[in-house]
Design a protein around this ligand. Structure first.
Ligand code: SF4
Length: 386
């Protein structure tokens, strides 16, 4: 989805006619290009030698450069040429909130004045970033604050990877680290439905996994979806990273109440796509299950879940709900959550209660809504599913 165009003044037709100023040439967003695309741009459009593309790519995606002036091993003439013809799309830090548990939520402002968030979650053995893929979200899950925003637009590949580069920079400074890439893991569970912005997600993944870029291993990247069934198939064929499914219900009736996507692809269709998903050896699909008190957390729900997942290599992350004002759901009590987990384990389904990170800064699951940034959609959301 493109940024909205500015509205045209009503009296435009009365304006004196004069020769229009030449439109500024559109700049190529080089931070959105794979190395292959960047090589084409440099050689075909700028008449440069191919190895220059590698230099430029490493500046952007390994060192996280945000301006051509930083690229001191490129000639001044080339840097000037790049300034005329290309741009690195910046994300400007707009706000930062730190949780008592070490989680940091960053709010970024995009060039067109939109706001997105990413959440940094450090732990003993890993430094994970939760990445956004869209401004807002069209999926309208009723327990999620992002869902109240509606979809404003897709993020470009450059804006997706810029979150990773920017947080790498922040963490380097914060923890006084030398390493260029302190982040170890990425989860695509921030604002937006990643598979609803599949092409840009795919390009971003290819950049993030590239050896001349940040070089993340496929084992350390997880993409979460609400279940856009046809896209799950493509995701399996065209990427090699891990899949998580946001399930959150044990019956279609429940799921359709909270996740409108279920009216288009029900649980049976979703699990069928999971069964066909090309899993690498030893890998399982993660099923996320937000526990909602008296809604989906009964013993019967646990038994149904066991039945649903019995022939899928699966693990279940049980997520204590983060109550959001006005959304009407309540958090399952700890004891109930533990009982639910035990029942799943007794039914041979690996289940874990996920530690909730950043709850005090609204940085936890389902809470990203740019408080003070993007406004909630004023019209009821009726998602147009692909
Ligand atoms: S839970 Fe995910 S898919 Fe659903 S509305 Fe929130 S951000 Fe969108």
């Amino acid at each position: 989805m493109q940024p909205e165009s500015p509205s045209i003044p009503a009296d435009i037709s009365a304006a004196p006619v004069s020769a229009p100023a030449p439109a500024p040439a559109k700049l190529t967003e080089v931070s959105s290009l794979t190395l292959e695309g960047l090589t084409r741009f440099l050689t075909e459009d700028l008449g440069e030698r191919a190895f220059r593309a590698g230099q430029l790519y490493r500046w952007i995606h390994q060192r996280g450069a945000t301006s051509f002036d930083e690229m001191t091993d490129l000639s001044k003439a080339l840097r000037e040429k790049l300034k005329q013809r290309a741009e690195i799309v910046p994300l400007v830090k707009d706000a930062e909130q730190r949780s008592v548990d070490g989680t940091i939520k960053y709010r970024w402002k995009t060039r067109d004045g939109r706001f997105i968030e990413s959440v940094y979650m450090p732990s003993e053995d890993r430094k994970t970033l939760c990445v956004s893929t869209q401004v807002g979200c069209a999926m309208a899950c009723t327990f999620c604050m992002t869902g109240t925003l509606g979809l404003k637009r897709n993020l470009t590949p450059g804006e997706i990877v810029a979150q990773v580069h920017a947080v790498n920079r922040e963490v380097r400074k914060l923890e006084n680290l030398e390493t260029l890439r302190p982040l170890s893991n990425l989860v695509f569970m921030g604002m937006g439905e990643p598979l609803h912005n599949f092409e840009n997600l795919k390009t971003a993944l290819s950049i993030l996994q590239s050896e001349d870029g940040p070089n993340f291993s496929h084992r350390h990247i997880t993409v979460s979806t609400v279940g856009l069934v046809p896209m799950i198939e493509r995701f399996g064929q065209e990427t090699d990273v891990k899949l998580a499914i946001s399930l959150n219900a044990s019956t279609d009736e429940q799921r359709s109440k909270t996740m409108p996507v279920n009216r288009k692809w029900n649980i049976a269709a979703l699990l069928d796509a999971c069964r066909k998903f090309p899993l690498r050896q030893g890998r399982r699909i993660t099923f996320e299950y937000v526990l909602l008190q008296d809604f989906n957390d009964s013993d019967e729900d646990a038994y149904r879940l066991i039945e649903l997942l019995k022939d899928i290599p699966a693990k279940v992350n049980l997520i204590p709900y983060n109550e959001n004002p006005g959304l009407g759901f309540k958090t399952t009590m700890d004891e109930r959550a533990e009982r639910f987990r035990e029942l799943l384990c007794e039914g041979h389904v690996a289940a874990f209660i996920r530690q909730n990170r950043g709850r005090d800064i609204a940085g936890a699951c389902g809470q990203l809504a740019n408080r003070g940034g993007e406004k909630a959609s004023e019209t009821p959301q009726n998602p147009e599913l692909p």
